[in-house]
Ligand binder design. Structure first.
Ligand SMILES: *[C@@H]1O[C@H](CO)[C@@H](O)[C@H](O)[C@H]1NC(C)=O
Length: 424
């Protein structure tokens, strides 16, 4: 039955839960009066070990705490989904985060770039799996493909600081873990539909921790079953808190502007207008130059040059000093759950056919149980450089708070269930 469902899913290719950010407050491809995007126009580092920073906007109901481990995204209950986003946009650029993912089956840590017209570039961590991270992307909110997600081995992402980087230009997206290049997507790759689905519009940075699967009921509800399978099962809140830690983030805008504006409704990078320039007087945040530390915009102080981004050595140093008292309920959880990681299997860079360390296999298997699981097998028609695995079932994505199904999603879901039953 599983394999039959999988076959159906392959045909289907569209996964109700496997969408990126399907929410935007104003999509410039649908409307011509969306507000312009404020541009970062510089490089900014936020050191969350120094506390909150007004550069980051808290999503509704988000409560943050800050400790020596940086920003704490704490989940205690099924309705918690702490999420913050950058107040400014970049138009190509390089973004790095030094983080420890949240533990816990059913819990998803996310670090994404997202545009107003739903281009998206992702890192996501499953709390059920302490040995990998998923990279993914979406173009214009198109979720009708199942093969974009790639799982990369990383040692103990829950218990150990690592730095994850996206380098994004009009020609390529490169994903790095601790300075090691693990994936390249080129503009013209088949996986990016020869550019059509290549992320290319001004992006904000968003990060958060959310519950992919709240309880046993969610595991059988058709609307959440797929996400549950991907998330590895239902969360057990007896084990809470589940905390994602973000020590620091560096955002470099390759663009130079005060604002980015969609010039038409094509969504092409060539249509984006940059205005205002980015000279010294341009930004309200003169401290937001690359060498300054944290709180650039909020507090223009700027003490030590936090070079911690991308050097794992420095991060471990500071983490030891971090167990400070002030921490809220959260600080001990990550260490506790860090045990399971083992020698990483080599599944990541390989193509669909070859793959599979155990983690990857597990994910593939669980994902296929979902009516719309889409765990293709030999589906890998992607170009060599993009190395899609069949695991893309987990394209499940975006952040919970923005999680909305459109009419199309429901239609697709109905179709998927129908097909699944047919094949059964
Ligand atoms: C969405 O993606 C699928 C597969 O990747 C592709 O076949 C389809 O043409 C895309 N749709 C749009 C509107 O770009």
């Amino acid at each position: 039955m599983r394999s039959a469902l999988t076959a159906a899913a392959v045909l289907l290719a569209a996964i109700p839960y496997a969408h990126g950010q399907t929410y935007t407050s104003c999509n410039p491809l649908d409307k011509t009066d969306c507000p312009t995007d404020p541009a970062l126009g510089t490089t900014l580092t936020t050191d969350f070990t120094k506390g909150a920073d007004k550069f980051w906007t808290l999503a509704d109901a988000t409560k943050m705490s800050y400790t020596g481990d940086g920003a704490n995204f704490v989940i205690n209950t099924a309705t918690d989904a702490p999420t913050i986003s950058s107040s400014k946009y970049i138009f190509f650029g390089k973004v790095s985060v030094t983080t420890k993912a949240a533990p816990g089956t059913g819990i998803i840590s996310s670090f994404i770039l997202e545009s107003d017209d739903l281009d998206e570039i992702d890192w996501e961590w499953l709390g059920s799996t302490d040995s990998s991270v998923e990279s993914n992307f979406f173009g214009k909110g198109n979720t009708t493909s199942y093969n974009r997600a790639v799982y990369h081995n990383v040692a103990d992402p829950i218990g150990t600081w690592h730095t994850y980087t996206v380098d994004w230009t009009s020609s390529y997206i490169k994903w790095y873990i601790d300075s090691n290049l693990v994936r390249t997507l080129n503009y013209g790759d088949a996986l990016a539909l020869e550019g059509k689905n290549f992320p290319q519009t001004p992006m904000r940075v968003k990060m958060g921790n959310w519950v992919g699967c709240a309880d046993q009921a969610a595991m059988t509800d058709p609307s959440t079953q797929g996400t549950c399978e991907w998330a590895g099962g239902a969360a057990n809140f007896d084990q809470a808190p589940f905390t994602m830690f973000v020590k620091s983030v560096t955002i470099q805008d390759y663009g130079c502007a005060q604002t980015y504006t969609y010039g038409d409704q094509s969504g092409s990078f060539e249509s984006i207008k940059s205005s205002g320039g980015c000279g010294p007087s341009a930004s309200s945040s003169s401290s937001a130059v690359s060498s300054s530390t944290s709180s650039s915009i909020a507090s223009s102080s700027s003490s030590s040059a936090s070079s911690s981004v991308s050097s794992s050595a420095s991060s471990s140093a500071s983490s030891s000093s971090s167990s400070s008292a002030s921490s809220s309920a959260s600080s001990s959880s990550s260490a506790a759950s860090s045990a399971s990681s083992t020698a990483a299997q080599s599944s990541s860079g390989s193509s669909a056919a070859s793959t599979t360390g155990s983690a990857a296999t597990t994910l593939a298997t669980t994902a296929s149980g979902a009516g719309a699981g889409a765990v293709a097998t030999a589906s890998g028609t992607s170009s060599p450089s993009s190395s899609a695995t069949p695991l893309a079932a987990s394209a499940a994505n975006g952040m919970k708070p923005q999680h909305k199904f459109g009419v199309l999603d429901f239609a697709v879901m109905a179709l998927g269930l129908g097909l699944g039953y047919l094949v059964m």
